[in-house]
Design a protein around this ligand. Structure first.
Ligand SMILES: *[C@@H]1O[C@H](CO)[C@@H](O)[C@H](O)[C@H]1NC(C)=O
Ligand SMILES: *[C@@H]1O[C@H](CO)[C@@H](O)[C@H](O)[C@H]1NC(C)=O
Length: 288
């Protein structure tokens, strides 16, 4: 990208931010959509009916993100996970998960920029998002670090089970719910462990916030509901009858999202888990 390209990228980012402010204000004055009416008519998931789930086949492209893989598994994105237009991604995340329109434009543009492609014209395969320390980073709640598992489409079931087991809250029906504090605790533990088990471990400040953004998606769009998260994280499947838990007409905006991301990140205390992590690393070294 030349200087003009870079300038226009940042200029557009600023414009998207401005748009996000307007959408956030709009949400403050408009009422939420009723339960059962979040997904708009004519889109996959309307009325709780999601297109058929078919787990990935050999050679299908998948990535480190369970929510995107689930869209491919339901055919909302191409089932083979290949040749996806960035613009298509923007359109489909909007109605599938009810992220705000600004958010849905922001993230795929960042991805296109990272892959040095043209957001408006080009396509990508899901696995291309796993460029290490681009979007993909260490200390995942659902994947082993790249140094230990180069194929980031492969989930690490033990991590996911542990994450879900950290839920301390319950809804009115007694079903398990993850809270902000639970996400901070498991993130701290995962980072402390990754640091001592992966000698190539890296975690920039940017990626810490990115990780907390993943956690915050689980708390907002998925409402922290362990049952639903089990389907999304383990099967990469959208549960039957599911709809996004954010019911605001303009969806989850980037500004509103920060009210979850910031507390989750600021309460993450890696140091609290350093002793446990060290014992784990020592016992693994002992086993070798
Ligand atoms: C997957 O790709 C490999 C290599 O391109 C090919 O040999 C194999 O037949 C493919 N498998 C399927 C099920 O398409
Ligand atoms: C957040 O998602 C990215 C991409 O899917 C992944 O590489 C990263 O490890 C995740 N972070 C956490 C803390 O789960």
């Amino acid at each position: 990208m030349g200087i003009l390209g870079t300038l226009s990228f940042h200029f557009t980012n600023a414009a998207i931010m401005g748009w996000d402010v307007l959408l956030t204000l709009g949400n403050l004055v408009q009422s939420s959509r009723p339960v059962g009416k979040v997904t708009p008519e004519g889109h996959p998931g309307y009325g709780g009916y999601w297109p058929e789930y078919r787990p990935q086949q050999e050679n299908d492209s998948r990535c480190a993100c369970p929510a995107l893989n689930a869209m491919a598994n339901h055919g909302i994105l191409p089932r083979n996970g290949r040749g996806i237009k960035f613009t298509e991604l923007t359109r489909q995340i909007r109605t599938t998960y009810n992220f705000g329109a600004s958010f849905c434009l922001w993230v795929p543009r960042i991805a296109a920029n990272m892959l040095k492609r043209d957001y408006n014209k080009d396509t990508f395969d899901l696995e291309e998002l796993d460029l290490h320390n681009g979007i993909e980073h260490d200390g995942s709640l659902t994947r082993l670090d790249t140094a230990l598992q180069p194929n980031q489409a492969i989930k690490h079931v033990a991590f996911i089970e542990e994450l879900l087991s950290f839920a301390t809250s319950k809804d009115a029906d007694g079903k398990a719910l993850l809270t902000e504090r639970d996400m901070s605790r498991i993130s701290g533990k995962r980072r402390a462990e990754a640091k001592v088990t992966n000698k190539h471990y890296t975690m920039s400040l940017y990626h810490k916030f990115f990780g907390s953004a993943n956690s915050s998606t689980m708390l907002t769009i998925f409402g922290g509901r362990v049952d639903d998260l089990r389907a999304i994280l383990l099967d990469e499947r959208i549960p039957e009858g599911w709809e996004p838990r954010v019911r605001k007409p303009n969806g989850l905006t980037m500004i509103t999202f920060q009210f979850t991301v910031l507390p989750v990140e600021f309460r993450t205390r890696e140091a609290d888990w350093a002793g446990d992590a060290k014992r784990l690393a020592d016992s693994e070294a002992g086993r070798r």
